[in-house]
Design a protein around this ligand. Sequence first.
Ligand code: HEM
Length: 594
Amino acid sequence: MIGSLQHDGIAHMFLPRTIAYGVLALAVWKLIQRRASRKANALNVAGPEKDHWFKGNLESMFVDGFERCLKVATDYGGLVKIHGLLGEKWLYVSDPRALHYILVKEQHIFEENDGFIFCNRLIFGEGLISTLGEQHRKQRKMLNPVFSTSNMRELLPIIQTVSNQLKSILVANLSDHTSVELDVLPWLSRSALDCICEGILGYHSNAIDTGNNNEYTEALRMLGPFISKTIFFRPLVPIVMRNLSLYWRKKILDWITISWLPTQTMKNFRELRRIVEVMDSASRTIFEEKKAALDRPSPTSSQSSWETRGKDIMSIMLKSNASSSEADRLSDAELLGQMNVMIFAGLETTTAAVGRVLYMLAKHPHIQERLRAEISDAMTAYQFSDVHSHAEDNGGSVRLSYDVLMSLPLLDAVVRETLRLYPSLPVLTRRNIEATSLPLQFPVRSASGEEISAVPVAKNQRLVMSILAANHNQAVWGEDASDWKPERWLNSSEGETPGVKDGVRYTGVYSSMMTFLAGGRSCIGFKFAEMEIKDVLVTLLPDIHLALPSEPDENGIVKEIHWRMTGFHSPVVKPPAGDGETPQLPLSMRLIRK
Ligand code: HEM
């Protein structure tokens, strides 16, 4: 997703069907990169030998390369020279000081890649992930307060309603006597979409109701997959955008999406164009209605097909923008762009995170039991507390307040530990727009074996920031860094803060980990994501027991889940029970006897 290698098309480049289409694009891309590449070749840091003359180390590291990504950092340290396409040299970075330098201290010289920014602008408009420099800073200034804790408090009831719908659907498929195997992934994806649509846009998507055939929500669900399918052509977009007039750009778009071109790639382009048009038109309608609602004294849902209760992020953003000074105010195009960006940014990331926590709990039944007990105790205590008189019950389940939800220690530990070990976006890319020198916390070896603690980097060097390797770094997380141990977060009161060793830590926005990144381009929605993940858990666990599949299928084979890491982590079923490719998360579930 955002800024990830998947977005740069690397993870998909090696699929056989795309290679043929790619040769031409690569040749052009190679020409543009050549100058930077020549300088970058002088990089004097150690790293692995190339695995392939064309693909370098990219396929082995970034196509299902979870272990390889970690091993490269363990073998060579926090700054590693790896091989890109056709011998280009890339830097693979996980050192805490180097990441701080890139993301915080000298953020202005490290930018997202051109292809990423230009394509996002075409798809989403002028939102956060399509802008750079001053314009991006201005947008963050306006948007940061919108994601405040007090606004999250207001949003929680919206999330709780969606989580309850998710529970009702799962419960309807279960019994308390026997376990039933269910692929929960489609349900998690639909409930994440509802959370985002309701919470961010104030729009009743009701995607969880599969009978509700809604063109807009279907387009939102399909956007990510179709961006991935067409991503290979991303490097060409900046060339077209920079060198051709609007007239010719439109002509090219019409040509590549012409209906009689039969190939699958053209079909993918056509579908992506259709999705973007549906998304754009619906977003404009919602946006206009929201603006109109701002001028009405008390909007009612009956006045409009779009719900405008005013507690969603968009409404808060519009109010806050309207009351800002002229200099700080965002244009309508920028506000509109944020709507599409937020949905895209928050959908697959959160779905993967919720799926992973459920999977980890299914794998660790004793932690699941302890967590269920913690949640039940909190609900009982809350039910009989004075505060609860203000909270609603829904279908017999207690709706905890935001503060209680955030204060449950084991819940917090389980979520943190899972987000640390399995970041939804494992790697992200940057390039530097001027020559610089990367400082290192932990020295690495040069290609000739000397110890170095700063590495000169030529302009336009391609950098891969490894969130994964940072979150598994034994130098700050300890020798058990790669073990899933929620208790590490429970012991922090004993004077040890997880992820901090001898004062050294990663400067991420969420607990010394890099899952939501650091600095001015860090995840703006991390509090929203944390609240949503926690709320799904407190809603499901009191009623549903989770386990890994254990029943053999008709061929006598038990399904084994594997988390494939490409741009994202997504669960698949290993062959022979599955195809090892199709995202799915079958879990064995039964109702809890009360
Ligand atoms: C577990 C869930 C999530 C994870 C792991 C995650 C992670 C990240 C990361 C690593 C970035 C930086 C990307 C880059 O620099 O290229 C990012 C950016 C962003 N995220 Fe999230 N995210 C999550 C959920 C959300 C949600 C729920 C929202 C919206 C409500 C959201 C909105 C955004 C936006 C708008 C950006 C761009 C920020 C900017 O460029 O200023 N994210 N996210």
